[in-house]
Design a protein around this ligand. Structure first.
Ligand SMILES: NC(=O)c1ccc[n+]([C@@H]2O[C@H](COP(=O)([O-])OP(=O)(O)OC[C@H]3O[C@@H](n4cnc5c(N)ncnc54)[C@H](OP(=O)(O)O)[C@@H]3O)[C@@H](O)[C@H]2O)c1
Length: 332
């Protein structure tokens, strides 16, 4: 494993992180979840990403149990707040009330006194930014949170938050967590340049496009049994990537990966890590073998000729529109 700074902060993270969306508390049984976490630790992954909302809060509980007994100082534990965690009108969003209550639930479920990074899972149009940033800053002062970041915020939203933090003396955001893969490059034109200038690192999600970039989904054929595309929750998220034109082009990446002696998953993860503004790529896994496959992307260098070949294959199906970074227009 290789390690990078999280943006311009002093915190080191593993280049490849392990995330438990869709899997823990939902798609996979607890013993498989624990085996995946063990494999991640064995391979040098120290950074673990979850969220209060995953599997209706059960994902944090599973991760907390899976990491029990591991030296806390050897881990970076990230979680998030915004999406609903209950039926109540205040069980969502980025109000001072929900942030204050949600972190306490997350710490209890994760069985820890603090999280290393607390992330606003989306932008909340119904809460003044000052209220959110002051509540985050208070959590840092209380020692419940060490660093603060956001997820899927636009360049403009991040810039406004930094301005307020600087004016008010609040802790600055150190990271953004966007979707980023060979197929989904919407952060490149606006978010990345701003974050490079301001010192935020990207912790990118779905670097393997939820499994699509492994090439295991074949155009015109039913998805393999047990894969995310056959899972009742997962299929709702992966389906938008399961277009035949996308799947056909992904098959055309296979010779490029083979020439480099990489698996398709390794090529996908290595690709996002070529971007120097990426601090870490968060991979998901349903089996420990997948973790062991994916981590071999750490430290891999792809030269300009390889990157050009990938672009030539994928260009017609690559999404680059910065307007695709969106938060809900009202609280969910
Ligand atoms: N901030 C946000 O809004 C947000 C949104 C989504 C995700 N995330 C974070 O990002 C993390 C990763 O997202 P993701 O799970 O979509 O990432 P991903 O790594 O692109 O996809 C993971 C899935 O792909 C399949 N897979 C992975 N490696 C494989 C391999 N070597 N061979 C074959 N199949 C493989 C597995 O599913 P199957 O075995 O079921 O096919 C696995 O669960 C999440 O856990 C979460 O922490 C954040």
């Amino acid at each position: 494993m290789e390690y990078r700074h999280l943006g311009r902060s002093g915190l080191m993270v593993s280049e490849i992180s392990y995330g438990n969306w869709i899997t823990h508390g939902s798609q996979v049984e607890e013993d498989a979840a624990v085996e995946c976490v063990r494999a991640a630790l064995d391979e040098g992954i120290t950074t673990f990403d979850t969220a209060d909302v995953y599997a209706g809060t059960r994902a944090e509980e599973v991760l907390g149990r899976a990491l029990k007994g591991v030296r806390r100082e050897s881990l970076e534990i990230f979680t998030k707040v915004y999406w609903p965690t209950g039926e109540g009108k205040n069980d969502r969003g980025l109000s001072r009330k929900h942030i204050t209550e949600s972190i306490n639930g997350s710490l209890r479920r994760l069985q820890t006194d603090y999280v290393d990074l607390y992330q606003a899972h989306r932008y909340d149009v119904e809460t003044p930014l000052e209220e959110t940033l002051r509540a985050f800053d208070d959590l840092v002062r209380q020692g419940k949170v060490l660093y603060v970041g956001v997820s899927e915020w636009t360049a403009d939203q991040i810039a406004r938050a930094l301005k307020i933090a600087d004016e008010m003396g609040f802790d600055r955001l150190v990271s953004n967590q966007p979707q980023y893969s060979m197929l989904w490059r919407v952060i490149e034109s606006e978010v990345v340049p701003l974050c490079e200038k301001e010192g935020l690192g990207q912790i990118v999600w779905s670097p393997i496009a939820q499994g699509v970039l492994t090439g295991k989904y074949l155009p015109g054929q039913p998805p393999p049994a047990g894969s995310r595309a056959t899972d009742s929750t997962g299929s709702g998220f992966i389906n938008r990537l399961m277009r035949d034109d996308v799947l056909r082009r992904v098959q055309d990446l296979k010779p490029i990966a083979a020439d480099l002696g990489l698996s398709m998953a390794q090529l996908a993860v290595a690709w996002v890590l070529q971007n120097p503004n990426v601090s870490s790529a968060i991979v998901g896994a349903t089996k420990p073998e997948q973790v062991r496959d994916n981590v071999k992307a750490a430290g891999v260098k792809l030269d300009a000729e390889v990157l050009k070949k990938i672009d030539d294959v994928l260009e017609p199906v690559v999404e680059r529109d910065p307007a695709k970074t969106v938060s809900p227009s009202s609280r969910p």
